[in-house]
Design a protein. Structure first.
Lengths: 342, 342
C-alpha cells in the first residue's frame, strides 16, 4: 500500500452568471481514507476540461436552454465531476490490479476512491494515457458517432465543422477526410487555422477575419456544429438540399445569461429538406469498440493527429475551463495532476 | 367540341412587400385556342389556394428565407400556377377521354390547355373532385408522409400539430389518432378549436388565448410544424427526449419582410437528442398510391373528416390567398371556378 498525501480537489463554490469567474470554484484539501474492501484508490494523471461542463455549472431550473435530460447539474460545494484518467495505486477490488490505468468520471481531484463502478481500463501501450480523455476518448467517440451515425457522411461530400481546432472538431475533420470527404473547418485564431491546414483540412478559416458565408459559398453537405449562434445560421444558408446538421454543441452560447435568438433562416430546413439532429455521446457507448478498432490504428500510425493544451496542477483547472470557453486551447484541454505513463 | 367563352385567369402583377395586396394580382381575360393534336382542353372546377404559394410570389433572390430549392418563383405577368382540378371538355390526346376529371398544376384560370404532361386522373366516384386538392390530394399526402415517413410516429406517442384546422393539420391529427396517438392541435379561433374537438383531437387550443407552453406541459413526442415562430419554440420546450419536429411550413412567417429570429432554445435539439427534419411533398409522389389506399377508405367511411372553405369565382382567388394567410379558412381553401361533380 502506498502512503498518500492529502488530495486536492476543485469544488463548485457558486453558480456563474455569464462567464465563470475564479471565485465560482474552491480548491479544497481532503484526506482520502484507505480503500475499504471492494474499493480502489486512483491517483489521477489528467483531469478533463470539456465544454459541456459549463452547462452543468448552471442551476438547470434557471438555465432554460440547458433544461431537460442532458447531464444533471453539479452540486454546490461538491467536486466538479467529469472524465479523468489515473493509475490504481491501491486495489481491494479483484477486478482491478494495482498499476492499471483507468478512465473514470470522478472529476477534478488528485486522488479518487472508487468501488469499481464505471471504471474503464485504458491500455497504456496504446499511447499516452492523456489520449483516453481526448482523441481516443469521449471527444474522439463524439466525432465518430456524430459524423457516421448522426450525419451519415458519404465519400465525396463536403463537411464543415466549427470549433475545428478543438478535441472534437479536429477529430471530425480528420475522420471525414479518411472517409473520402472534402473538409472545411472554422476556428478562432491564426495558429489554429494553420494547424488545421497542417493536419489535412482542405480549407480552414478564422471566423474573426472571414465571413463564414463567403468561406462556405461553394456549399456543404454536412455541418458538424460545435458552436451554434451565427455560424449555424451561415451553415444553414450554405447547406445543399438534403444536407444534415449534426447538433453537437453550442459553445458560443454556453456563457449566455439569456436565451440567444436562434437562426433567422431556420425555414431553410423545410425548403432544402434538411435534417438537424442532436446527440449526446453517452447514449452511444456501445460504439466504443468499433470506434477504437477503426480510429485507434489511425492515431497510432499518425493518420489522425491530435494536440493537447495541458495546464499543470489541479489548482489551475478552473482557469483551464475559463480558458476553454474563451477558446484558448488548441486540441484537447487537460489538467495534469499527477504522473502519466509517458 | 364544346364552344368555350374566354378564360379568366389571375396573373402576378407585383411582388408583395409583406402581406399581399389586391393590387399585386391582375385579372386577365384570354381567348383559349382550340386544342391542337395531342392537347386537351380542361374546364376547371376548383383551383387550389395553398400557403406555399406566398413564397412563390417573392423574388427568390431578395427573400433569403425562401431561397434554395423549393419551387421556383412565379413570374411577373404570368399566371399564378398551382394545383387545380377540372374536367376535360375537348381531347385530342388519346390518353385522356372527354369527361374525365384531372388534377393539374396549371393554376388560377378557368380554362387550361394541356399536352397531357403532369395530368393525374381523379376518380370522380371517390367523392367531390374538390377533395383531389385537399384531403385526398397534396395536403393529405403531406400529412401522411410527414407523420409517417418523416416523423415516424408510433402508437402511444403524443403528437402536436399547429395550424391544426387547415387542410394539412386536420389530416395530420386524424391520421395520428387512427395510428394510436394522442393528438393536440392549435388553431386561431374558437370555431376552429370546436371543429378540432368534433373530429377527435384529444386537446385543442386557440393560441390567442392559451399559452402554448401550458397547453403542452405534459410533453409531446412529435411536433408537426405548420407555423414556425413562437409555436416552434414552445414545442421545442415541450418535446420529450428523442422527439421529432416535422418541419412542414411556417405560415406565421410567410409575410415577413425580414428574417425573423429563430427559436432561442434551439440548443434543446442537443440536450434532448431531437431530430428536426424538413420535407416537401413533391419529393414523395411515390407514396401517393399507399396514401390513397390507406386514407381513401377512411375519408369515404368518415373516419377522416374534412372541411372546405370555398370562395366563388376566379376573380376572388387573390382574396382567398390573402385570407388564407390571415387564417380565415377552416380546412382546405378553394376557389370554385366552374361546375364540379357533386
Amino acid at each position: 500500500m502506498v502512503s498518500m498525501p492529502p488530495s486536492r480537489e476543485i469544488h463548485l463554490a457558486a453558480r456563474p452568471q455569464g462567464a465563470p469567474q475564479p471565485t465560482d470554484f474552491a480548491l479544497v484539501e481532503t484526506e482520502v481514507p484507505e480503500p475499504a474492501e471492494g474499493q480502489v484508490l486512483i491517483r489521477n494523471a489528467f483531469v478533463s476540461v470539456d465544454p459541456y461542463m459549463r452547462g452543468r455549472m448552471n442551476d438547470t431550473k434557471s438555465a432554460a436552454w440547458s433544461r431537460a435530460s442532458y447531464v444533471p447539474p453539479f452540486e454546490l460545494g461538491e467536486v466538479m465531476t467529469g472524465a479523468a484518467v489515473g493509475q490504481i495505486v491501491t486495489s481491494r477490488n479483484d477486478g482491478f490490479e494495482e498499476g492499471a490505468w483507468v478512465v473514470h468520471h470522478l472529476g477534478w481531484r488528485e486522488l479518487a476512491l472508487s468501488n469499481g463502478k464505471g471504471l474503464v481500463l485504458f491500455d497504456a501501450a496504446s499511447g499516452s494515457v492523456s489520449t483516453s480523455l481526448g482523441v481516443l476518448g469521449m471527444p474522439g467517440l463524439t466525432a465518430y458517432v456524430g459524423l457516421l451515425d448522426v450525419g451519415r457522411v458519404e465519400a465525396g461530400e463536403t463537411v464543415f465543422v466549427s470549433g475545428a481546432a478543438g478535441a472534437v472538431g479536429s477529430a471530425v475533420g480528420q475522420i471525414a477526410k479518411l472517409k473520402g470527404c472534402r473538409v472545411i473547418g472554422s476556428a478562432g485564431s491564426a495558429a489554429k487555422v494553420a494547424w488545421l491546414r497542417e493536419i489535412g483540412f482542405d480549407e480552414a478559416f478564422d471566423y474573426h477575419d472571414v465571413v463564414a458565408g463567403e468561406a462556405l459559398s461553394d456549399g456543404i453537405d454536412v455541418y458538424f456544429d460545435n458552436v451554434g449562434g451565427p455560424m449555424l445560421e451561415a451553415a444553414l444558408a450554405a447547406l445543399r438540399v438534403r444536407g444534415r446538421v449534426v447538433a453537437c454543441g453550442a459553445i458560443s452560447q454556453y456563457n449566455a445569461t439569456e436565451w440567444p435568438a436562434g437562426p433567422g433562416n431556420l425555414f431553410l430546413v423545410v425548403t432544402k429538406r434538411l435534417r438537424m439532429e442532436g446527440f449526446i455521446v453517452s447514449d452511444h457507448g456501445g460504439r466504443l469498440p468499433a470506434f477504437l478498432a477503426e480510429v485507434g490504428p489511425w492515431v497510432r500510425d499518425g493518420a489522425v493527429r491530435y494536440r493537447e493544451t495541458v495546464v499543470e496542477g489541479i489548482e489551475h483547472a478552473p482557469a483551464a475551463l475559463i480558458g476553454l470557453l474563451a477558446g484558448e486551447n488548441i486540441g484537447k484541454m487537460l489538467v495534469r495532476v499527477g504522473p502519466g505513463n509517458t
